[in-house]
Design a protein around this ligand. Structure first.
Ligand SMILES: Cc1cc2nc3c(=O)[nH]c(=O)nc-3n(C[C@H](O)[C@H](O)[C@H](O)COP(=O)(O)OP(=O)(O)OC[C@H]3O[C@@H](n4cnc5c(N)ncnc54)[C@H](O)[C@@H]3O)c2cc1C
Length: 546
């Protein structure tokens, strides 16, 4: 996979082959006009569990495909350090995520536009969502077909999901068969980034096709350690493959797509970040940018665990070798059944109070149970319903702890550090309980295991959230797009005050979207690639007319 020496000079260098990076690599090489180098710190996506949706659970703790980050002790979460998995493999986090395809609310993007980011209203970004999508249900005004990202329905209904949707209706919420349709509100099944029971990562959807092009070089196991500058102009990237240091030059641009933790880390290692932080690690400051690594946002989820009255959960399949073999055979023969499910099967988006104009919490119904994300499944029938606040106010940070690029950065989301977030999470737990106690769902609940029924007051519920809450894996906004002095990139994703350098990934979101973040990261990759190509054409035209 290593490029020959003649390839060490490129037009574009993309750092990170994740959700956004693979999109960029595909789109920027499509015209054959530009030579692109794609650097990925992880390896090839040959692990079979990447491609089987249920394999998600196997990749949680697998250092071969996962950075396995964790937070610093979280002051408002009983000083616990919380896991932060991130994909480290072709496809990035799209190769290890829960596959749920949710774009967020139209209002999220309209808000980005209202913050001054021209070109990012829902009307502006919808064409990029549609361009990316290959929607199994067909195309309409809101959905696309023929794109690289396969989106499909779950292979079959499940009695617990049916009961949950009915219970939500009994609690007064609508059924919603399309969370990416005109309204997000209500309960229904999730759609997945999958095709024929196989996961569709961006490496599968975008990169496989592009890899055949002679103008794309992909180097795996390549850790970008520093962006190289001539003054304030990015001119290349220093990277390591094993113990060998290499340098690649970029004639047009360097594009950082390392994700919400690694993109700010690489900028800081390269001299862009809070000056005092960089100086404390002996890194020469190219630009004092306090916003790099600031504004970390993430969705906190609180998982409510139930013992089920019937052996219909995944626990029952995984804990029985007979049923495991049956599920395996069914998958091989028909691509249906338990191996095709993602992190959530059904769920919903709800408003916790009448004043909310759009849903402010999301529920994931997970048809298995364990004590924590990635832990062994319980030896009895069980399931989980988790609640997460969609638009948290809490803000954290990502800061390097060392000038050594192989050392993980300090990650501190500061979950539940805002009173508003505490109130919303508690209201969400109460709302979820209200659904779970409806007749349709009650017949499946043998025991409310956690929180137990005596955990009742707001203070009790908040204490439960602080003691057990964890990430739902949606960190964003650490290289935030904006027009204010602390913003890291402008509306064309160019790093402010620096030439020929962009950040294009989930880290640029001004605010986290109201839903799962992969679809938006892919959209950012699509839009970013379009802007880069437009800008290249514009500067070529200027050169010609000069
Ligand atoms: C366990 C888990 C479950 C999730 N579930 C869902 C879900 O169900 N639905 C959903 O929509 N979203 C989900 N997400 C979130 C979603 O996958 C991410 O928001 C999205 O993939 C982020 O895309 P990105 O391009 O910003 O970064 P990533 O996809 O993380 O890509 C960054 C890439 O850059 C590489 N890289 C980083 N630093 C360097 C460097 N210095 N040199 C070279 N390469 C580098 C990384 O190895 C990685 O491949 C989940 C995430 C996780 C981790």
């Amino acid at each position: 996979m290593a490029p020959g020496p003649q390839l060490e000079s490129f037009d574009y260098i993309v750092v990170g082959a994740g959700s956004a990076g693979c999109v960029l690599a595909n789109r920027l090489t499509a015209s054959s006009r530009h030579r692109v180098l794609l650097l990925e710190a992880g390896g090839r996506d040959s692990n079979i569990w990447i491609h089987i949706p249920l394999g998600y659970g196997k990749l949680f703790n697998d250092a071969r495909v996962n950075w396995l980050y964790s937070t610093e002790p979280e002051p408002d979460m009983n000083n616990r350090t919380l896991i932060q998995p991130r994909g480290k493999v072709l496809g990035g986090s799209s190769s290890i995520n829960g596959l749920l395809y949710i774009r967020g609310q139209a209002e999220d993007f309209d808000h980005w536009r209202q913050l001054g980011n021209a070109g990012w209203s829902f009307e502006d970004v919808l064409p990029y969502f549609r361009r990316a999508e290959d929607q199994e249900r067909g195309a309409d005004a809101l959905h696309g077909t023929g794109g690289p990202l396969a989106v499909s329905d779950v292979s079959e209904p499940h009695p617990l999901c049916e009961a949950f949707i009915e219970a939500a209706q009994q609690a007064g919420f609508p059924r919603n068969d399309d969370f990416n349709g005109p309204s997000q509100e209500g309960a229904g099944y999730f759609q997945l980034t999958a095709r024929n029971g196989r996961r569709c990562t961006t490496a599968v959807g975008y990169l496989r096709q592009a890899k055949r092009r002679p103008n794309l070089a992909v180097v795996t196991d390549a850790l970008a350690s520093r962006i190289l500058f001539d003054g304030r102009r990015a001119i290349g990237v220093e990277y390591r493959v094993g113990d060998t240091a290499r340098v690649a030059h970029a004639g047009c641009e360097v594009i950082v797509a390392g994700g919400a933790f690694n993109s700010p880390q690489l900028l800081q290692l390269s001299g862009l970040g809070p000056a005092a932080l960089l100086q404390s690690h002996g890194i020469p400051v190219i630009a004092d940018m306090p916003g790099v690594g600031a504004d970390l946002q993430d969705h906190l989820q609180v998982r409510m665990q139930y013992r089920c009255t019937e052996p219909i959960t995944m626990n029952d399949v995984i804990n029985s070798w007979r049923r495991r073999i049956g599920a395996g055979l069914r998958y091989i023969l028909s691509r249906k059944g338990l191996l095709t499910i993602g992190a959530g099967y059904a769920g919903g988006f709800f408003r916790t109070h009448a004043g909310a104009t759009t849903p402010d919490v999301q529920v994931h119904l997970i048809i298995f149970s364990g004590d924590s994300s990635g832990a062994a499944l319980h030896p009895f029938p069980g399931f989980i319903a988790s609640v997460c606040q969609l638009r948290p106010e809490s803000r954290g940070f990502v800061h390097i702890k060392s000038a050594d690029p192989t050392m993980p950065p300090a990650i501190q989301p500061r979950y539940l550090s805002s009173a508003f977030d505490c109130d919303t999470v508690v209201a969400g737990m109460k709302l979820l309980r209200g659904i779970m106690r409806q007749p349709a769902m009650r017949r499946y609940i043998a025991e409310e295991r956690a929180p137990t029924p005596d955990c009742m007051s707001d203070a009790d519920l908040l204490a439960f959230a602080r003691a057990t809450g964890s990430t739902v894996f949606h960190p964003t906004s650490t290289c935030r797009m904006g027009q204010d002095a602390a913003a890291v990139v402008d509306e064309r994703l160019r790093v402010r005050g620096i030439e020929r350098l962009r950040v294009v990934d989930a880290s640029i979101m001004p605010t986290v979207v109201s839903g799962n973040t992969n679809a938006a990261a892919v959209m950012i990759g699509e839009k970013g690639a379009d802007m880069i190509s437009q800008d290249a054409k514009a500067s070529a035209a200027v050169r010609l007319s000069a």
